[in-house]
Design a protein around this ligand. Structure first.
Ligand SMILES: C[S@@+](CC[C@H](N)C(=O)[O-])C[C@H]1O[C@@H](n2cnc3c(N)ncnc32)[C@H](O)[C@@H]1O
Length: 187
């Protein structure tokens, strides 16, 4: 990622990571479905945070990276690929995605009304691949904020892979370059 690149925090909550990214010199922007959290995050971090749902994700100018810490767990699995495809569109080619979700199986609606989807590593990686991401790294970690609980997090770093169309164009460009080199047209 280029120094001081643009990064989108998806489901930024109260703005902890937005502030950390901003303090490190990134041009950070946050979104959260909750209007009150979006306001709180903007006040706390001092950067733009918009009330926006993952399902409506859309930006005119693409981001160099996206940060989705503990947020995509609230999306039903049936909607995940379409949300990830939206996310894919908000990134530049090669743009980086960090995502963390809870390890486990299935989906649950808790008594307090919160919805959670749980994933195995292979399952989430398949969703990412389907949406056009290439996986770079994945690892499982403890919940450092609640060490007494048995929660485990699946963390993945991926990037926006080139589409077949772009790859086709790149191959064509390479062929043209070879032709130009062979015929003494290039400098
Ligand atoms: C567990 S919190 C994580 C907050 C923050 N990323 C962190 O690591 O502390 C999940 C956040 O996702 C937001 N959220 C849940 N469903 C959402 C949706 N459909 N669209 C946008 N934000 C959503 C919630 O409002 C909440 O702030």
């Amino acid at each position: 990622m280029r120094p001081k690149g643009r990064i989108l925090d998806i489901g930024c909550g109260s703005g902890r990571d937005l502030k950390a990214l901003h303090d490190r010199g990134f041009e950070a922007v946050g979104i959260d479905a909750s209007l009150s959290l979006a306001k709180l995050a903007a006040e706390f971090s001092g950067v733009t945070c918009l009330p926006m749902r993952f399902e409506d994700l859309q930006f005119e100018h693409p981001f160099d990276a996206a940060w989705a810490c503990a947020s995509l767990v609230h999306i039903p699995k049936g909607k995940l690929v379409s949300v990830l495809r939206r996310l894919h569109k908000t990134l530049i080619g090669g743009g980086i995605l960090f995502v963390s979700v809870k390890v486990g199986k299935g989906e649950h609606l808790l008594r307090d009304g919160r919805f959670f989807a749980y994933y195995t590593r292979g399952e989430f990686e398949q969703f990412l691949t389907k949406a056009g991401f290439a996986i770079d790294q994945s690892w499982i970690s403890k919940d450092y904020l609640r060490p007494t609980q048995k929660i485990r997090w699946l963390n993945i770093i991926a990037h926006r892979a080139n589409s077949a169309k772009t790859l086709g164009r790149l191959q064509q460009l390479k062929k043209m370059k070879r032709y130009a080199d062979q015929n003494g047209h290039s400098r």
